[in-house]
Ligand binder design. Structure first.
Ligand SMILES: *Cc1c(COP(=O)(O)O)cnc(C)c1O
Length: 551
């Protein structure tokens, strides 16, 4: 029997053995190689200049965070933030003796009449100026399909108000309608043999696509540190998906003239960990579409996913050619390499808010979207998307809207909306030399920036946005470059002339008497591009979210 001493010597023999040394070296080499590879891939994707700029931003942000810990700084910042928060509250939260606050359940239930009366009161007590969406002065936001369609949707919602698609055996009609909503979208996007699911909106559709590719890449390619390559103009939902799901996002700049993603940069960003590419048709900021054919070729070549975001293109882009509005570059499942498409029924499909569709090339890919837990104490649990219980009423509402509209209805709405958007673009080009249109938008969104590029003094487009707000218009502000956009809806169509007239006035006023005090100038003007600016805007945005929940 070996004693303790003998055992210890044997152990030290092992520790000193060359095998152990070899293992140690191997681990060190492994770590150095993987870390270097990571840095190299990052450098290749972003380029040296951008990496240095990123690094500089990071340092400045860290320095700022440190500085913010100084008591004097902290006091100043919190005073500033406190002021801004108060402004936010003044703008959103009704005040005064006439305002009823409902902060706890009433002891006994209220009558149906009381409830309606109280809602009427709340509609009128909100502080500040509010763009009335009925006048057509709000960009996007309300995708109205007409009074009769609203009644059709309400009837569907009423009929299925209490349904829950989690239980298809109890609500067979809702199951059928959901499958048909997906099938109708697949047919519209030229993939009748494909597969998909409904979701609660564009963001969920996109996050689900990210999850699908992450799990597909893990299962099929063994990728553990997934990355995706996303145009700078793609929707923030991809960043949100990346943040939720642990996927590294490479944001690729777009060509300043065409506003299409820079393909050379996309190529450089693809590596062995890439799970998916993204293209938009059309994108939210400026309404342009990426080169989907080229992206599809890249995706096919590297055997990775290509998600085409048609959340906004939804029921416009598939109808442009048929509506006689000229060619539109290929964007759907007919393009080689396109593996998924998101399409918002609740945008130009005119379905009730809270409904979208995510489509895949085939059912095999869709399986990676599912969540299945066979061992749950509560029973076998299987659900297609993030939600468990879901509103069947919204599915019925979407099904009803799609049947009410039909192909002809969507063709007509496409024609009037796209024509209005193109009129806006061509009239700005012809009549307002102070502004320029971003890219060549061919669908429903038009974005415009100051005609002068760079630092040269042109009209401040954010100031123009604030002047437009004074005239009741609710436009979206963009950054990189500073610009405004309008997403044309059916409500905008009759007020195009007024839009152009007001825009001309707003440009003149912005040049003659800039106030520098409007919301856009103040929020976007502090420079969301600089680290300090973006930290402050982040704080403000958080305060905004807090304010939403101020009863
Ligand atoms: C609106 C939109 C989304 C996200 O849609 P939500 O329904 O707001 O979640 C995604 N992509 C584009 C291009 C959009 O315009």
């Amino acid at each position: 029997m070996p004693g303790p001493v003998a055992r210890r010597t044997r152990l030290s023999a092992v520790v000193n053995s060359s095998a152990y040394e070899l293992l140690k070296d191997a681990i060190v080499v492994y770590l150095v190689v993987t870390r270097t590879l990571k840095v190299f891939r990052h450098l290749r994707a972003r380029g040296v200049t951008e990496t240095v700029v990123d690094f500089w931003k990071w340092i400045s942000q860290e320095a700022l965070l440190l500085a913010l810990r100084l008591p004097s700084m902290r006091k100043r910042v919190s005073a500033e933030l406190g002021k801004a928060t108060l402004d936010l509250e003044k703008g959103m939260v009704p005040e005064g003796p006439s305002v009823h606050r409902h902060l706890a359940l009433p002891m006994t239930g209220q009558s149906p009449e009381w409830i309606v009366t109280e809602m009427e009161a709340m509609d009128h007590e909100a502080p500040g100026e509010h763009a009335d969406w009925r006048e057509g002065k709000v960009s996007g936001a309300v995708y109205h399909g007409g009074e009769e369609l609203t009644r059709v949707i309400l009837a569907a919602i009423e009929r299925y108000a209490l349904s829950n698609p989690l239980h298809p055996d109890v609500f067979p009609a809702v199951r059928k309608m959901e499958a048909e909503v997906v099938a109708m979208c697949l047919a519209m996007y030229n993939n009748p043999t494909g597969a998909g699911t409904t979701t609660s909106g564009g963001t969920e559709s996109i996050v689900m696509a990210c999850k699908t590719y992450r799990d597909w890449a893990r299962a099929v390619k063994g990728i553990r540190e997934p990355e995706m390559v996303v145009p700078a103009t793609a929707h923030a939902a991809f960043d949100k998906g990346g943040a939720y799901l642990g996927i590294k996002v490479h944001t690729i700049p777009v060509d300043p003239e065409t506003r299409q993603v820079n393909l050379k940069r996309v190529k450089r960003a693809i590596n062995a960990n890439t799970i998916m590419l993204v293209g938009s048709a059309i994108n939210f900021p400026d309404g342009n579409a990426d080169d989907i054919v080229a992206l599809g070729n890249l995706a096919a070549k590297h055997n990775i996913g290509l998600h085409v975001d048609c959340c906004l293109g939804s029921f416009i882009v598939p109808f442009i050619e048929e509506a006689g509005l000229g060619p539109f570059a290929p964007f759907d499942f007919r393009v080689r390499g396109v593996t998924s498409i998101s399409c918002d029924t609740h945008k130009y499909g005119f379905a009730p808010k809270g409904s979208s569709v995510i489509m895949y090339r085939d059912a095999e890919l869709r399986k990676h979207q599912y969540y299945v837990n066979p061992d749950w104490v509560g029973g076998v649990y299987a659900s297609p998307s993030i939600a468990g219980s879901r509103p069947g009423a919204l599915i019925a509402g979407s099904w009803a809207a799609m049947h009410y509209m039909g192909r002809q209805g969507y063709l007509d709405s496409c024609k009037s909306i796209v024509s209005a958007a193109r009129t806006i673009a061509s009239r700005i080009r012809a009549e307002i030399p102070e502004l320029r249109i971003l890219g060549e938008p061919r669908a429903s969104v038009v974005a415009f920036a100051s005609a002068r590029k760079g630092k040269a003094e042109g009209v401040s487009v954010l100031e123009v946005g604030d002047k437009m707000a004074k005239k009741g218009w609710h436009l979206n502000a963009l950054s990189g470059p500073a610009a405004l956009h309008i997403a044309v809806t059916r409500l905008t169509v009759p007020v195009v002339d007024q839009f152009i007239a007001d825009l001309k006035d707003a440009v003149r006023e912005a040049q003659l008497s800039p106030s520098g005090q409007g919301t856009m100038v103040r929020l976007y003007g502090i420079g969301s591009g600089s680290p300090v600016g973006s930290t402050m805007v982040g704080h403000l945005a958080t305060a905004f979210l807090d304010t939403l929940y101020k009863a």
